[in-house]
Ligand binder design. Structure first.
Ligand code: SME
Length: 159
C-alpha cells in the first residue's frame, strides 16, 4: 500500500475519521512482522489523523512499562505496575479515560500541557503486554468512540 493516509478531516466527525483510518492502519501493519515498525506507524497514523498532543506505546518489560515508539514531546521512560494512568490500566487490564488528569490520583505528568488522556491496555492470552497512551492538551477529549476504535486498532498489532 502507498505510504500515505487518505483522511477527509473537513467536516468529518471523530467517528468518521476513525472509520476511514482503521482499515488503513490494518493494511499498513498486516504485511509487516516487525513490532517496532508497526508500533511506530500506528503512533504516526494516529498523530497525523487527530493531531493528538502525545500518542505512543509503553511495553511491559521486566515488570515495568518501558517507553516504546511514540509521537510527541519526550516522555517518562519507565512506569511501575499500578502507577499513574498507564500503570493502572496495565494492573486492571482496563481502558481508562481521564477527563482531567489533575483529578486522577497518582497521574504521572510527563508534560504539564497534558490535560486529558486515554490508556488502552493491549493483552495477549489474557496478559497485558503493552498499553497505548493518548494525551490531549485539552480537557475531556476522549470518550467511548476513541475507546472503541483504539481497542480495535491495537488488536491488529502482532505482539
Ligand atoms: N500520564 C501517564 C504517563 C505517560 S505520559 O503521559 C506520556 C500516566 O499517568 O501514566
Amino acid at each position: 500500500m502507498a505510504e500515505e493516509l487518505i483522511l477527509s478531516t473537513k467536516n468529518s466527525s471523530k467517528e468518521e475519521v476513525y472509520i476511514s483510518l482503521t482499515p488503513q492502519i490494518k493494511a499498513l501493519i498486516e504485511g509487516e512482522e516487525d513490532l517496532v515498525a508497526n508500533l511506530a506507524n500506528v503512533a504516526a497514523a494516529l498523530k497525523e489523523a487527530f493531531d493528538f498532543f502525545w500518542v505512543g506505546f509503553y511495553i511491559v518489560k521486566n515488570n515495568q512499562l518501558v517507553l516504546g515508539p511514540f509521537q510527541g514531546p519526550i516522555a517518562c521512560t519507565r512506569i511501575g505496575y499500578g502507577k499513574g494512568v498507564c500503570g493502572t490500566s496495565w494492573k486492571e487490564n482496563k481502558t481508562i479515560i481521564v477527563d482531567d488528569v489533575n483529578e486522577f490520583p497518582g497521574h504521572i505528568a510527563c508534560s504539564s500541557l497534558s490535560q486529558s488522556e486515554i490508556v488502552v491496555p493491549i493483552a495477549r492470552n489474557n496478559e497485558v503486554v503493552a498499553v497505548l497512551d493518548v494525551d490531549s492538551d485539552k480537557l475531556s477529549q476522549f470518550d467511548e468512540v476513541d475507546q472503541k476504535y483504539l481497542s480495535q486498532i491495537v488488536e491488529y498489532i502482532n505482539f
